[in-house]
Design a binder for this molecule. Structure first.
Ligand code: HEM
Length: 406
């Protein structure tokens, strides 16, 4: 039983599309999902509030500008996908869960600023293990395990991560920042570099930066790889149901549409949680008393039939949504904590059917799915996918697939 249940903290659940739109934008609703997860989340962007959040977000936002996305999408992401997919494509078979993790771990580490000293698969797998442990620490509020035990494991993992990845990455960036001969456009474009350069303004010491990099590793990797596996699964099943429409999967924009529909149906974080710092008046007139825990049910709001139609539970990449509604619903949150990696993963929504213009970016997940489709991906008939037995959430544990011979 949680502390809130013991002390009977008042709780309110918001679950329609309109309620969540409002809830995410209420300034006196403070992040609360990570109250127990301080070992990793203390002072992380997602757990900051008010001016401290605004300042950090401004510094980190500079990295996530359209120009940087173009660079990531044109150069960085295809290279990382190639490296991660090549062994499976050569073998003619692979596992989507593993492909997803290997790709997104390397990408997220690049964005966070955790250098890979050797670039080996073993290093990627070590990063993944760290991300899993940090994620368990961050979401301690939902853990059924002994909290002190989980905290001790996370502390121990942070120490090893510090020695293996963080210290060399941090020292390299400090040396670069101190060297006037290094031009600005040759500095790494990542979160750690941005924090090192703005350390005084942010009031952030080395320990805060260590936790921020650890937070990014888990925030970016699991959500992306999970979306990738669900996207491949929904598309493969849709293709089987609609062989007459399968040709549309050769169009990048259509693949992106499929992925947006998958984001809506399978939000990586099915709930967000806030605590009311003061009495809050919702747009529908209800007053939420100070101290109330507000649970925002993203999964339910994304299936709100008022907004997404009577068939909102189904995967339909041809679905149209009302003006002003993102096709992924609330999957990336909203308001001050809206996901900073949203465009990196999902790209931008084309302005019209014809395609989107020069600024249009497809996003990492559509690029990964496109790569699978280009190589004739199909489920392995002898090894059906399995769900992750260690998670209460809807995650795949294995997803074996076959590819055309290269
Ligand atoms: C499909 C993939 C992803 C999903 C579904 C997702 C979802 C979310 C959600 C729901 C939030 C807001 C949580 C809240 O309000 O309590 C969030 C925040 C955040 N996400 Fe993501 N995310 C994804 C990918 C990424 C990636 C790739 C990165 C970075 C490389 C990232 C970095 C962040 C950060 C830094 C925040 C905190 C923003 C702030 O507090 O200002 N996410 N994400």
């Amino acid at each position: 039983m949680s502390a809130d249940q013991l002390t009977e903290t008042p709780q309110l659940t918001l679950s329609t599309f309109a309620e969540l739109w409002d809830g995410f934008r209420q300034r006196d609703l403070r992040q609360r999902l990570y109250d127990a997860g301080g070992v990793v989340m203390r002072d992380a962007l997602l757990d900051l509030h008010g001016d401290a959040h605004k300042l950090r977000r401004r510094v980190e936002n500079r990295l996530f500008r359209r120009g940087t996305f173009r660079f990531w999408e044109d150069e960085l992401v295809p290279r990382i996908i190639d490296e991660a997919f090549a062994p499976s494509l050569r073998a003619g078979r692979g596992d989507l869960v593993q492909l997803g993790y290997r790709t997104t771990m390397n990408l997220t580490a690049r964005v966070a600023g955790a250098d890979h000293p050797t670039g080996s698969v073993e290093e990627t797998d070590a990063l993944q293990q760290f991300a899993v442990t940090f994620s368990e620490g961050a979401t301690l509020v939902h853990s059924t395990r002994d909290h002190a035990q989980v905290r001790a494991e996370v502390e121990e993992a942070l120490g090893r991560f510090d020695a293996m990845f963080f210290t060399p990455s941090y020292e390299r960036r400090r040396a670069l920042a101190a060297d006037p001969a290094v031009p600005e456009d040759e500095l790494p474009r990542d979160v750690l570099m941005a924090m090192v350069r703005n350390a005084d303004e942010l009031g952030a010491d080395r320990t805060v930066m260590l936790r921020e990099v650890a937070f990014y590793l888990q925030a970016g990797s699991h959500s992306t790889s999970d979306a990738f596996t669900h996207a491949a699964d929904e598309i493969l099943r849709w293709r089987q149901r609609h062989p007459d429409l399968a040709g549309r999967l050769g169009d990048d924009r259509f693949v992106q549409r499929c992925v947006h529909e998958v984001f809506r149906l399978h939000p990586a974080s099915p709930v967000a949680e806030r605590r009311a710092l003061a009495d809050v008046t919702l747009r529908d007139g209800r007053v939420v008393p100070a101290g109330t825990v507000v649970v925002m049910d993203i999964r339910a709001a994304n299936r709100d039939p008022e907004v997404f139609g009577a068939d909102a539970e189904e995967f339909d990449p041809l679905r149209t949504v009302p003006d002003g509604v993102p096709p992924w619903g609330h999957t990336f949150g909203g308001g001050m904590h809206a996901c900073i990696g949203m465009e990196l993963d999902g790209g931008t929504v084309p302005r019209d059917e014809a395609g989107g213009g020069p600024d249009h970016v497809l996003g990492t997940v559509p690029l990964m799915v496109r790569e699978l489709l280009r190589h004739g991906v199909r489920p392995d008939p002898d090894h059906p996918p399995t769900k992750d037995p260690h998670s209460k959430r809807d995650h795949f544990g294995t997803y074996p697939v076959l590819f055309d011979p290269s």
